[in-house]
Design a protein around this ligand. Structure first.
Ligand code: AMP
Length: 193
């Protein structure tokens, strides 16, 4: 299915897992800026080192770097038939940058899925993940800072997409399977409108 999606949600809401499940069923590539930064960091290249100096503190990587990286990724052939952006855009300037990238390509976003989750629950999930995956940005202070950034910088973009009539809110609490079912049904209902 050729569909262009954005998945938004607080850190720890299970965005990555839900992105992968939905992309598999729709046959589109998941594009996670966080995962791209982590892969550069583990290969130890310049972009990775630079990004890690921000990600390890729970700060956003500068927009100039992130926007350029996303533009290059969206120009890859596998994104021509649709994609799901996970973790991008994360602030209003990135919304404008994405608009410009897609306008240049003569396309647009079809729907923005917003996972609704509760702060205390996401902190607990992230602390659990820290123990199992050992991500450098999963310490309690950094987690709290990432959630603050989500509320301050990322949540305002929901109003922009709501205004455009493409915001789809999805209950994000529950098991992976329950949330995946919510994502599928809300998206289906929206796209068939
Ligand atoms: P995530 O895997 O989406 O939780 O992202 C992990 C980290 O990567 C974030 O806490 C940021 O430091 C960085 N990052 C991911 N996406 C973006 C973005 N769109 N803009 C700036 N920094 C980002």
């Amino acid at each position: 299915m050729s569909v262009r999606l954005i998945l938004v949600g607080p850190p720890g809401a299970g965005k990555g897992t839900q992105a992968d499940l939905l992309c598999e069923s729709l046959g589109i590539p998941p594009i996670s800026t966080g995962a791209i930064f982590r892969s550069h960091a583990s290969s130890g290249d310049e972009l990775g080192k630079m990004a890690e100096s921000f990600t390890s503190r729970g700060e956003l990587v500068p927009d100039s770097v992130t926007n350029k990286m996303v533009a290059a990724r969206l120009a890859q052939p596998d994104a021509a038939g649709g994609f799901l952006l996970d973790g991008y855009p994360r602030n209003l300037p990135q919304v404008a940058a994405l608009d410009a990238i897609l306008e240049d390509a003569g396309t647009h976003v079809d729907a923005v899925l917003s996972l609704i989750a509760d702060d205390d629950e996401v902190v607990q999930r992230l602390l659990g993940r820290a123990a199992s995956e050992g991500r450098v940005d999963d310490t309690e202070d950094v987690i709290r800072h990432r959630i603050e950034l989500y509320h301050g910088q990322t949540e305002p973009l929901l109003a922009v997409y709501r205004e455009r009539g493409i915001l789809v809110e999805v209950p994000g609490m529950g098991t992976i399977e329950e949330v995946a079912a919510n994502v599928q049904s809300e998206l289906k209902a929206f796209l068939s409108k």
